[in-house]
Design a protein around this ligand. Structure first.
Ligand SMILES: Cc1cc2nc3c(=O)[nH]c(=O)nc-3n(C[C@H](O)[C@H](O)[C@H](O)COP(=O)(O)OP(=O)(O)OC[C@H]3O[C@@H](n4cnc5c(N)ncnc54)[C@H](O)[C@@H]3O)c2cc1C
Length: 387
């Protein structure tokens, strides 16, 4: 059949790959995935990359359907009127529909010295910059991890398990998402690994230098390597292209993930803000939003009404070194409940989740449209019920 409809997906992360694979269900659709790198990055293993237990990279053939054309390049502009994306190399690609799945990266630290002396860990390139610095630092050198969300906790535990002297600067509380019971379990594991956990109003870094960090109470802590994990930001491509975005820069969409400016543009993953109420940035939601974004495009092509997004979370999974982890279960509204699986079973569960995520992508590549349970599942909260 003539492939008369062309869909371009920008961003080959969890959301973009799932969407691209799923779009190949129709014989009359051709799909081009534009990604800045030649390989798929398992961002959820970047702390392992830094610790040396995983390379966090998978070849696209393992996760991408045969019918998807991969273009390695960076999109610098979306020309909405002409339905065309411009590449950094100067070329451009036209589209009938566009899926915007550019993901997330580090947030601007906004703290003196952090941009020069701290090492963020939200992208492969950042992890590649950090690892040799850690390798070159003496084994006893003080390492400070700033931010105690899942990325900070995972990084602190990974490095402490390797024998590093780690201080985790949390801000008000360790693992804000966690239930107090889960938090106690995480604190216990970090203590057993020798991590110095600083929590409370003054436990925030206010300045970073080459060999120290300053805290809210003006104390200076020696820090040979400072790792910055406090928050994610998103690329400004949508904003630069004149599309409506939320305060962080995520593409504003309706509940079907369609841009509020243009029905031909659909967003997925960390860079999407459906109805201005984005889901928690996570690969857990990125794959499911990716599937939904593809379905929205497919329904529009079929002249059907796209369905509203209807998904939620089932918890948060955090590794605590290679020997332990926690699966913190959540209520339907994404608040943690009292149930968790910790210790070694928690580590096994986390590893299972990481592998399953890749398996889902590979399954969708082999049989596009086959993933049904990852989206619109029963027992998940309708987005319209979100506070
Ligand atoms: C260390 C770490 C651990 C994490 N652990 C977990 C976890 O355990 N569980 C969980 O649910 N989440 C976790 N996350 C968060 C998770 O990785 C992200 O939420 C997820 O990757 C978002 O998927 P995405 O597809 O939206 O974007 P991404 O995976 O970020 O993919 C976006 C892709 O778009 C490409 N791109 C961006 N701009 C352009 C452009 N202009 N042109 C072309 N390509 C472009 C990027 O290069 C990238 O390949 C973790 C994150 C980190 C950093």
């Amino acid at each position: 059949m003539d492939k008369s409809i062309h869909v371009v997906v920008i961003g080959g992360g969890y959301a973009g790959v799932l969407a691209a694979d799923r779009l190949t269900q129709r014989d009359d659709v051709s799909v081009t995935l534009v990604n800045a790198r030649p390989n798929f990055v398992e961002r959820i293993r970047l702390h392992q990359y830094v610790g040396g237990s995983d390379d966090a990279v998978v070849g696209y053939p393992a996760v991408l359907a045969d019918g998807v054309r991969l273009v390695v390049g960076t999109v610098t502009r979306i020309d909405v009127a002409d339905r065309r994306v411009t590449l950094a190399t100067g070329g451009s690609i036209g589209y009938d529909y566009l899926i915007y799945a550019v993901g997330s990266g580090s947030a601007e630290p906004g703290v003196p010295g952090a941009a020069e002396f701290a090492y963020p860990l939200a992208t492969l390139e950042e992890a590649q910059r950090l690892r040799p610095v850690l390798d070159a630092a003496p084994a006893t050198a003080a390492v400070t991890v700033v931010g105690a969300g899942p990325t900070g906790i995972e990084t602190a535990a990974e490095l402490a398990e390797l024998g590093r002297a780690v201080t985790l600067v949390c801000g008000p509380v360790l693992g804000p998402y966690l239930h107090p019971r889960g938090r106690r379990s995480v604190a216990g594991r970090l203590a057993s690994l020798g991590v110095n956990v600083l929590e409370g109003g003054q436990a925030r870094v206010t300045a970073v230098s080459r060999e120290a960090v300053r805290l809210g109470d003006c104390r200076e802590l020696p820090s040979a390597v400072t790792v910055w994990t406090a928050g994610f930001g998103v690329p400004d491509l949508a904003a630069r292209s004149g599309l409506s975005v939320d305060a962080l820069g995520r593409l504003l969409t309706d509940e079907t993930l369609t841009s509020v400016d243009d029905p031909r543009i659909v967003a997925a993953g960390d860079a999407a803000a459906p109805s201005g109420l984005p889901l928690r940035m996570s690969c857990q939601s990125a794959t499911r939003i990716g599937a939904h974004a593809a379905d929205t495009v497919l329904r529009r092509i079929a002249a059907e009404q796209p369905a509203p997004l209807n998904l939620g979370f089932f918890g948060q999974c955090v590794s605590l070194g290679r020997g332990a982890g926690i699966f913190q279960f959540a209520h339907r509204d994404d608040t943690a409940n009292r149930f968790y699986v910790g210790g070694r079973p928690g580590a096994r569960l986390k590893e299972f989740v990481c592998r399953s995520t890749l398996k889902h992508l590979a399954a969708e590549a082999r049989k596009p449209g086959s993933l049904t349970w990852v989206k619109d599942g029963k027992g998940v909260r309708a987005r319209s019920g979100r506070p």
